[in-house]
Design a binder for this molecule. Structure first.
Ligand SMILES: Nc1ncnc2c1ncn2[C@@H]1O[C@H](COP(=O)(O)OP(=O)(O)OP(=O)(O)O)[C@@H](O)[C@H]1O
Ligand SMILES: [Mg+2]
Length: 254
């Protein structure tokens, strides 16, 4: 039996009289991708910030990689990385310098090799020596995720990894996240996009009015609705299909 990567029990958090989290229970098994789905203001970022020790809960417990977020915050921080809703990339530095900096801060040997390896893995080798301020949104987000992987944390939190990205860049980030999951990393991501959760998540947890109102696989969640009726419709391409067909899906975007 393996212990869960994340275990949350009865977690609550209020800001003054706004009761954001009203008793969150959630268990995430190691090596799985869980999508936390919720509308604006549902409390997704708040929950991620509690799990990454940036904010203290009012009540309840949470452990990450076996460490209690309140009792062992230093150990939790060593076990995780957090890619925030707003990128942590330093725009004045080049992509490569950003990566080297993080590797140095984490006291890892051979920071230059680590940086070059990640640039290669994320398709940023050519852009690596350019100021990150000149990167497109997708490139910046990929760099941000690359930075969060330095030191191989077993658990990673991605807060709205694709918000604001064009469809092509979203797909690139999705590929990145799938790669992480394939390598055994536990991923908790927040999103407002149902298709993102469908594409990436082993399990989907829906946060609504302060609690997790549903938690299951996509198939389990779909079973909550009445069985599908058979209808005959002409399949029209979606705007996203048209956009991707016109713009093309591959190619070096640096
Ligand atoms: N430091 C804070 N002080 C006061 N209120 C806060 C603070 N942080 C969050 N809140 C409130 O908590 C609620 C949940 O915010 P949170 O950022 O967790 O939502 P979210 O689900 O991440 O939303 P979004 O999808 O917009 O990112 C909101 O009403 C927000 O205004
Ligand atoms: Mg948020």
């Amino acid at each position: 039996m393996t212990s869960p990567a994340i275990r949350i029990e009865g977690l609550t958090k209020s800001f003054k009289d706004v009761h954001v989290l009203r008793g969150i229970d959630l268990t995430v098994e190691p090596g799985t991708v869980v999508a936390l789905l919720g509308s604006n203001g549902a409390g997704k970022t708040t929950l991620v910030r509690i799990l990454s020790t940036l904010v203290k809960a009012d009540a309840g417990t949470a452990t990450v990689h076996g460490f209690d977020v309140a009792g062992s915050p230093a150990e939790v921080r060593e076990s995780i990385s957090l890619t925030g809703q707003f990128a942590a990339v330093d725009e004045v530095l080049s992509g490569r310098e950003n990566l080297v900096l993080v590797a140095r801060l984490r006291h890892l040997p051979h920071p230059a090799e680590i940086a070059d390896g990640l640039l290669d893995r994320f398709g940023l080798t050519e852009a690596g020596r350019r100021r990150a301020g000149t990167y497109s949104g997708g490139m910046r987000r990929r760099l941000d995720i690359a930075m969060s992987l330095i030191g191989d944390p077993p658990v990673i939190f991605l807060d709205e990894p694709t918000t604001g990205l064009d469809p092509q860049a979203r797909i690139e980030v999705w590929e990145t996240i799938r790669g992480l999951a394939a390598s055994g990393t536990t991923v908790l991501l927040t999103t407002q996009y149902l298709d993102e959760a469908e594409q990436l998540a082993d399990r989907i947890a829906i946060l609504h009015e302060g609690t997790i109102i549903q938690n299951g696989t996509l198939a389990e969640l779909k079973r909550l609705l009445p069985p599908a009726r058979v209808e005959y419709v002409e399949k029209q391409p979606s705007l996203e299909d048209v956009f991707l067909a016109l713009v093309g899906q591959e190619g070096d975007r640096s």
